[in-house]
Design a protein around this ligand. Structure first.
Ligand code: FPP
Length: 246
């Protein structure tokens, strides 16, 4: 029978979210798209709090993809200003909740102000050892996989690695998520707004994740919705290709 209460002993270690629907949220309210992103950023605060309260270990949020540069210049500029705003307002709360900021993606190519804000937040929260709030920023999974492959080729050329020793574990070590060790792969992947695509997000890492597609637009997702999603996850039976773990 399906459970209706959260089991605090079965909280997913790594939850990843594709925060979709900011533009449609704004449009439905006759507001400009950037107002949706602003509200989306506000909601990052709520969901970070509830995930940390529940004991999630890594919360990965897809904030900007390598494909998002194709959006109108004004929207890109606004999205690039959001980390500065978010961290200015929220770092004290992150520290209070012992949340450590990390990133995946090509941070070096971000505008200097965005990069500085992100690096400052990483520095400010480096002593925190509770939940990791991991922003995927200027992130694309195919590019991450290509970079890992180049890294492996380099290690072989320099004699650090033998080609016979390449296996799934070795490959994982060359991905940017390897810093999360045992928690590199999301247990639960959520996409909001009703769309059912991966959009170049963590293609390798989600091989055995539970997928949850949620109809609400990201700015409308509440703490209670997040709890319900965790309950839905807990009612799934993960088998990892086998027959056990029922
Ligand atoms: C997708 O919605 C959302 C994004 C491309 C940006 C997500 C960013 C945030 C939620 C804020 C990030 C906050 C920080 C702190 C970096 P969409 O614009 O594609 O929506 P649509 O599909 O309805 O048009």
């Amino acid at each position: 029978m399906n459970k209706t209460q959260i089991d605090m002993n079965k909280i997913p270690n790594h939850v990843a979210i594709i925060m979709d629907g900011n533009g449609r949220w704004a449009k439905s309210k006759f507001m400009p798209r950037i107002a949706g992103h602003k509200q989306g950023m506000e909601n990052v605060k709520n969901i970070t709090e509830i995930a940390s309260d529940l004991g999630v270990k890594i919360l990965t949020l897809y904030a900007f993809s390598t494909e998002n540069w194709k959006r109108p210049e004004k929207e890109v500029k606004y999205l690039m200003s959001l980390p500065t705003k978010f961290f200015n307002e929220f770092v004290p709360n992150l520290i209070k909740n012992n949340v450590k900021v990390q990133t995946i993606g090509d941070i070096a190519s971000l505008p200097i102000k965005t990069k500085d804000a992100v690096n400052q937040a990483i520095e400010d929260t480096k002593e925190c050892d509770g939940m990791v709030l991991n922003f995927a920023l200027n992130y694309g999974s195919r590019s991450e996989i290509v970079k890992a492959t180049k890294g492996i080729v380099q290690s072989i050329s320099s004699g650090e690695l033998e080609s016979e020793d390449i296996n799934e574990d070795t490959f994982s070590k060359y991905l940017t998520t390897s810093k999360f060790n045992d928690f590199a792969d999301p247990d639960l992947l959520i996409r909001t707004s009703g769309e059912k695509r991966l959009s170049n997000f963590m293609l390798w890492q989600v091989a055995y994740s539970e997928f949850l597609f949620f109809d609400k637009m990201w700015p409308d997702v509440t703490k209670d919705d997040f709890k319900d999603m965790i309950i839905t996850y807990q009612n799934r039976h993960r088998r990892f290709g086998g027959l056990n773990n029922k």
